[in-house]
Design a protein around this ligand. Structure first.
Ligand code: AKG
Length: 270
């Protein structure tokens, strides 16, 4: 993460990583989704809440389970979880030893409803915080949204209020509902293969999808290595654990205290 990227991320709470995935990686992921399109669950228009401006003619689509898909269709997603392009960003923000909390795919067809703007720095959530201290950033849950189809400036999709990860006052409802001060929200145009890196405590949501083509975004959720947000009982590695590379295994290990910055990096810095 270079000095410009650190500056922009610290100020805005997000960053666009252009060309993160190659056209071949994007194509393989899209083929895998095409093969599992019958598993996309269309939501019951429950994300816009009571917003008049986020309402849609249909719900957004959710798809999961990609790491367990049959080969070769699981591979693009297994490669994404510990991708060499993403690891340096996650190690900067979460520290070495960062963990994957989960991943899912969002699809939106033309007319799909938006998503009420949620999170924001207030109220404070320990697992979703953002702190600058002693010369570096410390993040709670941090996400990478890999775009598998193009997002034009008028298309809708992911949007956020830059800087809201540092908010101290409660956000008025009309802003969360995208009914006032819409010009403060930023929708992020992107090409297939670009990725939006954002800290979960940034207030974010989605604008209804207006494009003719389907929106496809893979959301990978991470946290620092000490945090386990959804954890109960003993740890059983998933069945496919033995098929993973050591870097992929490292991001799905149980949380443990490693001492700040004492964990090893996934890849040697180039
Ligand atoms: O990209 C989107 O549609 C918004 C996703 C989102 O807000 C979330 O999953 O928490």
């Amino acid at each position: 993460m270079d000095a410009t990227e650190k500056y922009l991320f610290e100020v805005h709470g997000y960053l666009l990583i252009k060309g993160a995935l190659s056209p071949q990686e994007v194509a393989a992921a899209n083929t895998a989704i095409d093969q599992h399109a019958d598993q996309i669950g269309i939501r019951a228009n429950d994300l816009a809440h009571e917003s008049a401006t986020l309402r849609g003619t249909q719900g957004r689509g959710d798809l999961g389970g990609m790491l367990t898909w049959e080969k070769p269709h699981c591979d693009p997603f297994r490669q994404m979880i510990a991708h060499e392009k993403f690891a340096p960003y996650l190690e900067e923000l979460l520290g070495p030893g960062f963990r994957l909390e989960g991943l899912s795919i969002i699809t939106m067809d033309e007319g799909a409803e938006g998503f009420w703007f949620h999170e924001g720095g207030e109220p404070l959530d320990r697992s979703r915080g953002f702190l600058y201290r002693n010369g570096r950033m410390f993040c709670g849950m941090t996400n990478i949204a890999v775009q598998l189809t193009d997002v034009g400036p008028e298309d809708g999709g992911f949007a956020c209020l830059p800087g809201s990860h540092k908010a101290n006052y409660p956000c008025p409802d009309e802003i969360r509902l995208y009914e006032a001060h819409q010009d403060r929200m930023v929708q992020i145009p992107a090409k297939a293969g670009d990725a939006v890196l954002f800290v979960e405590t940034l207030m974010h949501g989605a604008i209804p999808w207006r494009a003719k083509h389907q929106r496809r975004s893979v959301i990978l959720r991470y946290n620092h290595g000490v945090q386990g947000e959804s954890w109960l009982g003993t740890y059983t590695p998933p069945d496919f654990y033995g098929e993973l590379t050591s870097a992929q295994q490292a991001v799905i290990t149980p949380p443990k205290y490693r001492g700040e910055d004492k964990g090893s990096r996934l890849y040697k810095p180039s």
